[in-house]
Design a protein around this ligand. Structure first.
Ligand code: FEO
Length: 398
């Protein structure tokens, strides 16, 4: 849509549609494209813009703003989050809005300083601070790590509108449609978006939901996808449900790959050692039998993770590198890990994995058990010991 849409009296959508986008941030597939939502809100005394759009749409964004107000009259630009899909047009907007003050969290102000490299009028806000536009009041709700440290929500008090930034959003564009009750159900797109962006921040989602739990919310104005005016709390509850732990028993998982069966023999010994400890469920998986989503779910449920990694061509085999990469895409509840693996003539893989795990804050209670070709009985006993010691650590966890 090239024109603003008045979604409530004096509140306008001034975003951009990007229906053909197929990969977001060079990372996430966007089967349904996306939108970059921005809003303009008029009070009786002051005018505020809430977020901007990706820079590739700066011209149509500026046209929308100019069609509504004289740029010189804009008082505030509220920045809920500084990722460039929302702040990408800010510098240009500021150049044309001489009296505008950027209102943001402290973290966002610092990030903008590093993005724009020029002075700008700014006002930082804390949780609960308010801003009066004349007859309309905004309240700020600091919601860090949804999904950057800078994130906040902005609430239009009295009218029960929540500008939720990336939260409660979806990469979903139905050109010409602005509200969720005008489009087909897009829960699956929302869930995929949650998995891509919010899965590592589930605890932050739950904290943010607690902050708004007692608020009446009639409309969610997110940064991506349709505005939610039908069943807004259903969407919040979806994010909450997807963020809650699904398992309460203690579990440890052995994830291995084994081209020649040697690392698999070690995995069986690790399993036997761990299984001797009461109160801990131990499951061993050859990673080729798991989908990427299953691997990520296991990682989130695990109270300990043990990786069986052979060395191939002086490296970790590619499928296991992929598994290790998933560690940063999930919300882990453990920092306990173990390593074992066979090798032929060099044996670098376990050390590489150890560096990766320690770099992510994991603790390895025992050194990696490494076997040159076929594991001896002595090495298999060390594998049993590895499993037993880690299972005991899990057993002791609260
Ligand atoms: Fe839609 Fe984190 O930016």
């Amino acid at each position: 849509m090239k024109e603003p849409v008045e979604i409530k009296p004096g509140l306008f959508w001034i975003g951009s549609e990007d229906p053909d986008l197929r990969v977001f941030d060079d990372l996430f597939p966007t089967e349904h494209g996306t939108t970059y939502n921005a809003y303009l809100l008029k009070g009786t005394d002051k005018t505020a813009i809430i977020d901007t759009v990706d820079h590739k749409y700066v011209d149509e964004f500026m046209d929308k703003v100019r069609s509504l107000v004289d740029l010189a009259t804009i008082d505030y630009i509220i920045v809920n989050h500084t990722e460039q899909d929302h702040s990408g047009s800010l510098a240009y907007l500021l150049e044309n809005c001489p009296k505008a003050v950027v209102v943001s969290s402290v973290a966002a102000r610092n990030f903008l300083t590093n993005q724009m490299h020029k002075p700008f009028n700014s006002q930082t806000v804390k949780d609960g601070d308010t801003l009066d536009l004349g007859g309309r009041q905004l309240r700020f709700i600091i919601a860090p790590f949804l999904h950057w440290p800078d994130t906040m929500f902005t609430r239009l008090e009295g009218e029960n509108v929540l500008f939720s930034c990336d939260a409660f959003a979806a990469h979903y564009c139905a050109p010409g449609k602005i509200f969720n009750d005008e489009v087909d159900d897009f829960t699956s797109a929302r869930h995929f978006y949650f998995d891509c962006i919010f899965r590592p921040f589930k605890d932050k989602v739950l904290s943010a939901v607690e902050k708004i739990r007692h608020d009446v919310i009639d409309m969610i104005c997110p940064s991506h996808g349709p505005i939610i005016r039908q069943d807004p709390w259903k969407v919040i509850q979806q994010f909450e449900t997807w963020s809650k732990p699904t398992s309460f028993s203690k579990k440890m998982f052995i994830l291995y790959i084994s081209p020649h069966g040697n690392t698999e023999s070690m995995a069986k010994a690790v399993f036997d050692g761990a299984s001797a400890i009461n109160g801990v469920e131990v499951v061993s998986y050859h990673i080729s039998h798991l989908s990427s989503d299953e691997v990520r779910t296991l990682m989130e449920e695990a109270d300990a993770l043990i990786f069986g990694i052979p060395t191939i061509n002086r490296d970790i085999p590619k499928p296991m590198w992929d598994v290790l990469a998933y560690l940063s895409t999930v919300k882990l509840k453990t920092n306990i890990a173990g390593l074992f693996g066979s090798f032929g003539w060099s044996g670098e893989a376990c050390k590489m994995a150890e560096d990766r795990l320690k770099g992510m804050g994991f603790r390895l209670p025992l050194p990696a058990v490494k076997s040159a070709f076929t594991p001896t009985d002595e090495l298999l006993t060390q594998c049993e010991e590895l499993g037993r010691v880690i299972a005991e650590e899990v057993q002791k966890k609260n």
